[in-house]
Write a protein that binds this ligand. Structure first.
Ligand SMILES: [Zn+2]
Length: 221
């Protein structure tokens, strides 16, 4: 990608914590511009005219069917407020510890009780938790998304192992989150899910199925 990424947009809302978020993402983008092996998995949301266009062009018919099946089965996705996330940390912990092995790397952090998170006052640098729920409101998977200017990166993404094989609920979660970005967060241009070519083959395939493409950036100076 030759176009620089705007990680700030507007700094008049910034609080001291924004510095950490900006430097983390800037470092990530910079490494992708410096190292040929550091290829990010990215969806350029502006490549499509909207969510329906994205679904039609970036997602295979097989995966679109899984998406529709998830909707008709009564699964649903929504974001959680900071308060709700903090109140439901037992469930978060249950998801985190539902398997000892995953397709990606499992850092130690997942096995510690989740710490409380706090609300950010900045509208351009913050985190948001998206959850996928069964029809009877069991929380079975989440994405913790880090927002930074026109860039958003999955910071944590995990499903409850007991529900694997019962519909592709993590793909459903990812697609519904993307729909939310189109509808409610128009400043977001790039969605990043770590690197394209790391993790087990199943995880790399999963990213492709969800519309992610290999991208290297040039950081904005
Ligand atoms: Zn900020």
């Amino acid at each position: 990608m030759n176009e620089p990424v705007d990680l700030k947009i507007n700094t008049s809302y910034c609080v001291p914590q924004c510095t950490d978020i900006i430097s983390h993402i800037a470092g990530y983008i910079e490494e992708s511009s410096n190292s040929e092996d550091f290829v990010l998995a990215v969806i350029d949301l502006k490549e499509y005219s909207g969510f329906d266009d994205f679904l039609a062009k970036a997602i295979s018919s097989k995966r679109r069917n899984e998406y529709r099946k998830a909707i008709s089965s009564g699964l649903y996705v929504r974001s959680l407020s900071v308060q709700e996330r903090n109140d439901r940390r037992d469930e978060l912990y249950a998801i985190n510890t539902s398997a000892t092995e995953r397709q990606g790397e499992m850092s130690e952090e997942y096995f510690q009780y989740p710490p409380e998170v706090t609300e950010s006052a900045c509208r351009y640098h913050y985190h948001k938790t998206y959850g996928v729920f069964t029809p009877d409101n069991v929380w079975i998977g989440y994405i913790y998304l880090r927002f930074c200017g026109e860039f958003a990166a999955t910071f944590r993404i995990l499903g409850h192992a007991a529900y694997f094989g019962k519909g592709n609920f993590m793909l459903f979660l990812m697609l519904k989150m993307i729909e939310d970005l189109y509808l409610n967060q128009p400043e977001i241009r790039y969605l990043n899910y770590h690197l394209m070519y790391v993790g087990k083959p199943g995880l790399q395939e999963w990213k492709k199925n969800a519309g992610f493409k290999p991208v290297r950036f040039i950081a904005k100076s």
